[in-house]
Write a protein that binds this ligand. Structure first.
Ligand SMILES: O=P(O)(O)OC[C@H]1O[C@H](OP(=O)(O)OP(=O)(O)O)[C@H](O)[C@@H]1O
Ligand SMILES: O=C(O)c1cc(=O)[nH]c(=O)[nH]1
Ligand SMILES: [Mg+2]
Length: 193
């Protein structure tokens, strides 16, 4: 699947929002990819995650035992990508602000791919990788549908992105005036759970 095909699916779903957004990293951006509007559609989600599964397989990372995703955004693409890889899917969720594998047992040495929806700075991916390594997992990489960083995000392990889509993001004290003029909204779940 090409980058344009991925972005067309997001566009068709009305998932590319414009305004003033507070990202999970604290950065501000005039564009927000509201992935939930894509994941409403099982056919679109299947196309994207089938292609992501193929890209993961083509990366030759060896045996994959589990997919693990960070809640909330990673849940649906994690499950659907795992379905195409033929492996089980688990998730980490926040407890006292930290990602934890609250509902599952992960065998020590399990070979894991983290599936994210969107990567911006890689912060959420790194937090997920850290929580899994602390349980003794071998984390082979992070796979995501869209990497907004242009390949610069640091996930602490290799990142496999179905599409790159470089979008500006600014420190809150260094906003362009046209962005500062708009009311800021925070669509993600960090800080809520
Ligand atoms: O690479 P990063 O800078 O960490 O940004 C990307 C993260 O931001 C979003 O999650 P968010 O915490 O907004 O909550 P959500 O998963 O509930 O949407 C998205 O799902 C990624 O997990
Ligand atoms: O960086 C983020 O928090 C983020 C950006 C984006 O476009 N979509 C999203 O769900 N989160
Ligand atoms: Mg998330």
């Amino acid at each position: 699947m090409t980058r344009d095909e991925v972005l067309s699916l997001f566009r068709e779903a009305g998932a590319i929002l414009e305004g003033h957004f507070i990202l999970t990293s604290g950065l501000r951006s005039p564009v927000f990819l509201q992935k939930a509007r894509v994941f409403m559609y099982p056919d679109k989600t299947e196309k994207l995650c089938k292609a992501l599964a193929q890209k993961i397989r083509a990366s030759n990372l060896g045996q994959i035992d589990y997919i693990v995703s960070p809640a909330l955004g990673g849940l649906i693409p994690g499950y659907e990508t795992a379905r195409h890889l033929g492996v089980p899917a688990m998730w980490v969720e926040r407890e006292d602000g930290e990602f934890r594998l609250r509902r599952f047992e992960l065998p020590k040495g399990a070979r894991v791919i983290v599936v994210e929806d969107i990567v911006t700075t890689g912060l959420s991916s790194r937090e997920t990788v850290t929580s899994l390594k602390a349980l003794g997992a071998e984390v082979l990489g992070v796979a995501c549908l869209i990497d907004r960083s242009g390949g610069e995000a640091d996930a602490s392990v290799p990142v496999i992105a179905l599409a790159q889509y470089k979008v500006p993001a600014y420190e809150p004290d260094n906003l362009p005036p046209e962005l500062a003029a708009l009311p800021a909204v925070k669509p993600g779940s960090r800080g809520l759970v």
